[in-house]
Design a protein around this ligand. Structure first.
Ligand SMILES: [Zn+2]
Length: 385
C-alpha cells in the first residue's frame, strides 16, 4: 500500500469541492465540502476511456511496422490529453498482419504495467465486414473476408481481444457470433449492409454493441426500415458514437443520444495517426492524400469523403456538451462511466470516482461547464502531466 495523495476540483454540474484521495492502486476516499466559489475550481472527472483508437500524433496501430514502443508511446500521448484508458483498434488486414499488431500490443502490455492498466482490451474492427463501397468505409476490400470464429479464436491466443466488429449479412453469421461470444469476446455490429432481420438475428445470437452507429453504412438507405432504426430501437445494443462534429450532423447525434442515453451510448474518437498533427495535407498508406482542416475535419483531397477521424475523445465530449441538449455531466458519462462499464470485467470500477476504482483522474480548465484543456492527469496513481 502506497501513501495516499489527493486532487481537488468540482464535478461537472456540481457546486461542491470534491477531493479524491488515491494510492497507486485505487481511489481510497472521496470527500465533499461546500465552497464559496465553485466556479474557481477546475473540473474533476475520471480519466476518459476511448474504445476505438487506430492511432494518434503520427503513431499508427495499423502500420505494418507497429511495435510495442509505438503502443507504449501512444498510451503516453493519449494520457497527456486526459484519455487514460483506450482500446487499440486493429482494422481489416490479412491474418498475419493482424497477428503482428496483436503481438506488439501484448508485448507492450506485458513489459509496462502502465500500458497494461491503460489498455484493458483490444478492439478488432473487421476483417469480417461488408465489402460494399460506403459500408466498408476505408477498409481494404482485398482483405475483407467471410465471418470466421476460428480465426477469432487464433487471435485470442495473442492478447486480450475484448470486442470484434462484424457485419452480420450472411446466413451463418449468428452461429459465428455465438461462438465468438463463447470465447468471452463481445461482438459489435458495424460496417454493414445487413438487413434489419439479419441484425435482429445477430443480436439474438449475442451481439451487444454497435460500432460508430450512423457511419460505415451505405450513404443511401430505404427510409424505413433500415439498419440504423433497428439498432437504435434495440435496447440490447449499446452503441459507440463518433461525436467529432463531422461524422454525424448535430440533429442525428441528438436523436441517437436521446434513444440510447444514459447507459447505452458511449463516445469513441476513432482517431487515426493524423489526429494531433498540424492542419495540412498528408499521405496515408491506405487512402492516398488526405487533408486535415483546422476544425479537425479529415477528408480525401479534392472530395467530400471523410478519411477517418482526427478529433480526440475530449473534443467529442465538448461537441456533446455544447452542440446538443445534453449536459457536460452527461457528456463526460458517455466517455467515462459507460465505456468503463463495458470493460468492468477486465478492470472493475474504471471510469468512476468511487472508492476502490482505478486511480485515473483528470483536472480540466473550466469556463462554467465548458471543458478546457486538461491541467492535471493522474494515471494508475502517477502524475503524467
Ligand atoms: Zn470503422
Amino acid at each position: 500500500m502506497t501513501h495516499a495523495r489527493s486532487v481537488s476540483g468540482r464535478l461537472p454540474g456540481g457546486e461542491a469541492a470534491v477531493t479524491v484521495h488515491y494510492t497507486d492502486e485505487a481511489i481510497v476516499a472521496v470527500d465533499t465540502a461546500p465552497t464559496e466559489s465553485p466556479e474557481s475550481l477546475p473540473l474533476l472527472t475520471a480519466g476518459l476511456i476511448d474504445l476505438q483508437v487506430n492511432g494518434y500524433a503520427g503513431l499508427d496501430i495499423n502500420s505494418a511496422y507497429v511495435s510495442a514502443e509505438t503502443v507504449a508511446e501512444l498510451s503516453d500521448r493519449l494520457a497527456r490529453i486526459g484519455v487514460t484508458s483506450w482500446a487499440p483498434t486493429v482494422i481489416t488486414a490479412d491474418e498475419a498482419r493482424i497477428l503482428h499488431a496483436l503481438h506488439q500490443i501484448d508485448l507492450a502490455r506485458s513489459t509496462d504495467p502502465l500500458v497494461r492498466a491503460a489498455v484493458p482490451m483490444v478492439h478488432v474492427e473487421g476483417p469480417f465486414i461488408s465489402d460494399r463501397d460506403g459500408a466498408r468505409g476505408v477498409h481494404d476490400p482485398a482483405s475483407i473476408r467471410p465471418l470466421d470464429a476460428d480465426e477469432v479464436e487464433r487471435w485470442a491466443a495473442h492478447g486480450p481481444i475484448g470486442l470484434v466488429t462484424v457485419s452480420p449479412h450472411t446466413d451463418d453469421a449468428p452461429d459465428h457470433i455465438a461462438r465468438i461470444r463463447a470465447l468471452g469476446i463481445e461482438v459489435a455490429i458495424g460496417h454493414t449492409h445487413a438487413s434489419p432481420e439479419q441484425i435482429r438475428r445477430a443480436v439474438d445470437a449475442g451481439a451487444r454493441y454497435s460500432t460508430h452507429l450512423g457511419n460505415g453504412i451505405p450513404p443511401m438507405l430505404p427510409r424505413h426500415p433500415n439498419p440504423i432504426w433497428t439498432q437504435l430501437a434495440d435496447d440490447r445494443l449499446t452503441t459507440g458514437i463518433i461525436a467529432d462534429g463531422h461524422h454525424l450532423p448535430a440533429e442525428v447525434l441528438e436523436v441517437m443520444l436521446r434513444a440510447k442515453t444514459p447507459a447505452r451510448a458511449f463516445l469513441v474518437s476513432d482517431l487515426t495517426a493524423i489526429g494531433g498533427l498540424a492542419p495540412g495535407r498528408y499521405e496515408t498508406p491506405v487512402g492516398g492524400q488526405v487533408e486535415l482542416e483546422e476544425s479537425g475535419r479529415l477528408s480525401y483531397v479534392g472530395t467530400e469523403m471523410l478519411a477517418g477521424a482526427a478529433s480526440t475523445l475530449v473534443d467529442g465530449v465538448r461537441t456533446v456538451a455544447t452542440g446538443t441538449t445534453f449536459s457536460l455531466a452527461d457528456a463526460v458519462g458517455l466517455a467515462t462511466t459507460v465505456p468503463g462499464s463495458i470493460v468492468a470485467g477486465r478492470r472493475p470500477g474504471l471510469g468512476r470516482l468511487s472508492i476502490g476504482s482505478p486511480p485515473d483522474l483528470v483536472l480540466w480548465e473550466a469556463d462554467g461547464d465548458n471543458l478546457g484543456e486538461s491541467v492535471t492527469v493522474v494515471q494508475s496513481g502517477r502524475m503524467v502531466s
